[in-house]
Design a protein around this ligand. Structure first.
Ligand SMILES: *Cc1c(COP(=O)(O)O)cnc(C)c1O
Length: 368
């Protein structure tokens, strides 16, 4: 029996993948499973998605890639950001694809690949306005010239990343697409063909059909969410994760009783307080203190007092029949009521991605 757990609806993941695929038509789909598949469990999600015929998997670093290889995942794996030189031996050894940003990086990776007598599949990352990683479009020319001499690297793709979903200016995205197209044209003129071109993350899949190219990289949509979605596209997706706990302790308190560290809440009237075995170590943040709600027997109950490392306290004055051991829904549905991930994230002063990635190690993952 778990004290705090994430219930993960695998049929919803399949459904969401289906929605994405329908949206992108003939383009391939990469499932981005970085950050432990946004808290959903990278190995379990990789197995499920490979079973659904996913074309590729994206991860954040070589450690995440290795975890999947060790679990027997043989699908193509791309580190979607960048690598540091110390990761190169592991990348080459485990047949991991990487994005290249500089000639120096390419040269170093080629040397490592040569040492291991291996050919590494690489993608050229172009910075079209995100400003975080990748080379400028005009740098692609010298880079691609140089690349020809690096016999142990095979260029298999080119990519860029949009400042979506938090960029709301469609013309900026249009410019990003144009700049990416310029870089692609350069590569084609230099004789590169058959490249996998990819730029869209989840929101762009739904907002920018002109950016599908021949692969999309989707993370959050698989988990049923589209942050920044102004057009209701997310209605077609199903929520995947519910966060639950149980009542560990109950007590009736008189008016004026202080609750928790720093006494940030005093009972305004006699009521009943329930203590839940979930705290910020589990990803239930202190910013939720005196702000969030949870569901007990289908009734919204406020979090009162400061959330601590292992515990949170709620006022269950409205649910007199609640008992120790009762299930409590922190994110998800209980009866007619539901607390969405977006609502929870709003209370937490976080973006939904952060809430998912922030689920702690102690939170059991239960797959249904
Ligand atoms: C995380 C990430 C994605 C996936 O983004 P979502 O919004 O979760 O779909 C795609 N591409 C890159 C480079 C990323 O870092």
């Amino acid at each position: 029996m778990h004290r705090v757990w994430a219930e993960i609806d695998t049929s919803a993941v399949r459904h969401n993948l289906g929605v994405v695929r329908q949206r992108v038509g003939g383009s391939k789909t990469m499932a981005v499973l970085k950050a432990n598949a946004y808290g959903h469990g990278a190995v379990e999600m990789a197995k499920l998605l490979v079973g659904e015929g996913i074309d590729a998997i994206g991860v954040g670093d070589s450690g995440e890639a290795l975890e999947l290889r060790d679990a027997g995942i043989t699908a193509p794996i791309l580190i979607v950001g960048g690598i540091i030189p110390g990761e190169m031996p592991r990348v080459v050894e485990n047949d991991i694809e990487v994005n290249l940003h500089t000639v120096q990086m390419a040269t170093e990776l080629n040397a490592e690949a040569e040492k291991q007598q291996h050919v590494v599949r690489v993608h050229l990352k172009v910075d079209t306005g995100m400003g975080r990683l990748g080379m400028q479009p005009f740098e692609a020319v010298p880079f691609l010239h140089n690349l020809r001499r690096l016999r142990n690297l095979e260029l298999v793709g080119m990519c860029t990343h949009f400042s979506l979903p938090y960029e709301r200016n469609p013309s900026f995205t249009t410019r990003q697409i144009e700049h990416f197209n310029l870089a692609v044209e350069v590569a084609e003129r230099l004789g590169y063909s058959g490249l996998t071109l990819h730029s869209s993350s989840s929101l762009a899949v739904f907002e920018r059909e002109d950016a599908n190219f021949n692969m999309v990289r989707t993370g959050i949509a698989l988990w049923g969410l589209l942050p920044g979605d102004l057009h209701g596209h997310a209605d077609a997706l199903k929520p995947v994760l519910q966060l639950k706990s149980r009542i560990l302790f109950l007590k009736d308190v008189p008016e004026g009783t202080p609750i928790g560290y720093s006494r940030t809440w005093y009972a305004p009237a006699p009521t009943r307080i329930a203590t839940l075995p979930v705290g910020y170590n589990d990803g239930f943040r202190t910013s939720l203190s005196n702000r969030a709600e949870v569901l007990v027997r289908g009734v919204r109950c406020p979090v009162v007092g400061r959330v601590s490392m292992d515990y949170a306290t709620i006022d269950i004055g409205l649910v007199p029949d609640a008992d120790v051991g009762d299930e409590v829904t922190l994110i998800g549905r209980d009866g007619e009521e539901k607390i969405t991930l977006a609502e929870h994230a709003h209370w937490a002063d976080a973006i939904p991605y952060e809430v998912l990635c922030g689920l702690g190690r102690r939170v059991a993952r239960v797959y249904t």
